[in-house]
Ligand binder design. Sequence first.
Ligand code: ZN
Length: 296
Amino acid sequence: MENIKRIHHISAIVGDAQENLDFYRDVLGLQLIKQTVNFDDPGVYHLYFSRQDEDKRMVMTFFNWPNQHRGRVGSGQVGRIAFRIPKGSMDAWEKHLNDKGIETKISGLFDDATLEFKDVHGLALALVEGEEVEDNAILGFHGTELLSSDPQGTRSTLIDDMGLNVVSENPSKIHLETTGEEKHQIIMAAQPLPKGLFGVGTVHHVAWSIPTEEEHLDWQKHMEDNGYFVTEVKDRHYFKAIYFKEKGDIVFEMATDGPGFAVDEPFESMGEHLQIPPQYEDRREELTQNLKPLEL
Ligand code: ZN
């Protein structure tokens, strides 16, 4: 069993699906790669976004709950999500976001210049520069902030049980990274915030990539042996998933890389049609009628 190499996906709770699509497609330039329903609550959309090109390893997913109350960002949650942009593109991104009427702020949250802003539903995002490439498109996740209720506990989960590495530590901040080539950056304040409340504008969980189903079962056992309450393996159609709360109350998922998002529609037209998972096939008509079609 190898150390955790990268983030598989991050899932956040937001509002209206069309507004969500308009923001991530038109403002951030991502591609809608899957429109499906929430597997645990099939009356609402679950939208998946990735890069425009063939590389679909970065996956950002949204539970679209237009009638849900606003959440409260706080401990026991994943915090600000950072995307990696090409070296030298931050000024252009800042101008682009400001031109769209989006307020931005430059901070040092990720220990490099961090362009902070919020999406259309108040979800905290950031852009951080990475390697040099030709255009300005988002390269993938840069990493994420974790709002732990027990930062030393979360540190122990990530390092001792999942094999992440320390980048730097000081009395106010813990900075870790995954061991894969993407080197996803994990930032944690050393002091916990008041407890968060899930709702629109908050992140529900972060999922870590596990290459194979065999290793997935090994990880389930490994985390159980280390005292975590781990769920059964759930079939998410595009990947297999297990969930547990880490020591600082944040929901962690471990997800297999396969079978992938082209399992129910051709790669070339991914995201163009609503996909109803097999377990809800008999309710297709009812579910489809209740969801307002997206303007693609
Ligand atoms: Zn997930």
